[in-house]
Design a protein. Structure first.
Length: 114
């Protein structure tokens, strides 16, 4: 599976941003998709996942602010991010799991700063 994320940039605190991720290669075998991020000087962490059945889970610090959505017809994954905080600054990666194997795409960077 090949994954390409887009949508990064510069956002002010309290602002919103939507990330997109296009999947290709073997999208019909995907059972879970997700986003993870790596902030400056931090370890990579999971942000949100969504199953093929639409069940979403979120990391505690983003719950209530971020929404993950999957458009299976378009093989696209989205992450709507609201009420952004400086600590959300990171490189965001989208991933997809086929069977038990995760594949991750190149990340997209965004910065939350005034």
């Amino acid at each position: 599976v090949q994954l390409q994320a887009s949508g990064g940039g510069l956002v002010q605190p309290g602002g919103s941003l939507r990330l997109s991720c296009a999947a290709s290669g073997m999208p019909f075998g995907i059972n879970i998709m997700g986003w993870r991020r790596q902030g400056p000087g931090k370890q990579r962490e999971s942000v949100a996942t969504i199953t093929s059945g639409g069940v979403a889970t979120y990391e505690d610090s983003v719950a209530g602010r971020f929404t993950i959505r999957r458009d299976s017809a378009q093989n696209t994954l989205f992450l709507q991010m609201n009420s952004l905080k400086p600590e959300d600054t990171a490189v965001y990666f989208c991933g997809a799991r086929v069977g038990l194997v995760w594949s991750w795409g190149q990340g997209t960077q965004f910065t939350v700063s005034s």
